[in-house]
Design a protein around this ligand. Structure first.
Ligand code: SF4
Length: 151
């Protein structure tokens, strides 16, 4: 976890969940692919750090949606704590909607940055994402309208 300004608006606490099976060529963080990597932390441990740093929060990885149950619990706790929450995933918004466990995991999140990193579409001028296929999806608005509403 660390304070960052690149994973969403404002200064944020980023939480990296271990494990990713997308294996995108050019991934910025391949050491995060191992689901047994990183430090084991309880929800209380994480919330203590979030409250101490007192920023909004970004869930990244790895891919948090390879641990949808834990991500759901974490997102709910963060929202109950009044945080704005962004989530980065290699799954597309359409794939999330088709998988009940993934959909439940993101329901409390404010913005999902979706899709795998694609080296051929890499653009360093894009805000908050690495490649042009990725979208900043406003979750509540998209779920209630039935179409993708972008941030
Ligand atoms: S989804 Fe993210 S963490 Fe996973 S391989 Fe792709 S770029 Fe890396």
């Amino acid at each position: 976890m660390r304070g960052t300004t690149v994973d969403g608006p404002g200064f944020r606490t980023s939480i990296y969940l271990a494990g990713c099976r997308h294996h995108c060529p050019g991934c910025h963080n391949p050491q995060s692919w191992d689901p047994t990597g990183g430090d084991l932390m309880t929800l209380d441990d994480i919330m203590d750090i979030v409250e101490e740093e007192d920023f909004d929060v970004t869930l990244s990885g790895g891919d948090p949606l390879y641990n949808p149950e834990s991500t759901k619990i974490l997102a709910e706790a963060l929202k109950a704590n009044g945080r704005n929450v962004w989530l980065y995933t290699g799954f597309t918004w359409e794939e999330i909607l088709e998988a009940p466990a993934l959909r439940e995991a993101v329901e409390k999140v404010d913005v999902v940055v979706d899709g795998q990193f694609m080296e051929g579409l890499k653009d360093t001028d894009l805000r908050f994402r690495g490649s042009a296929n990725q979208r900043l999806v406003k979750v509540k608005e998209s779920l209630s309208s039935g179409e993708i509403i972008l941030y």
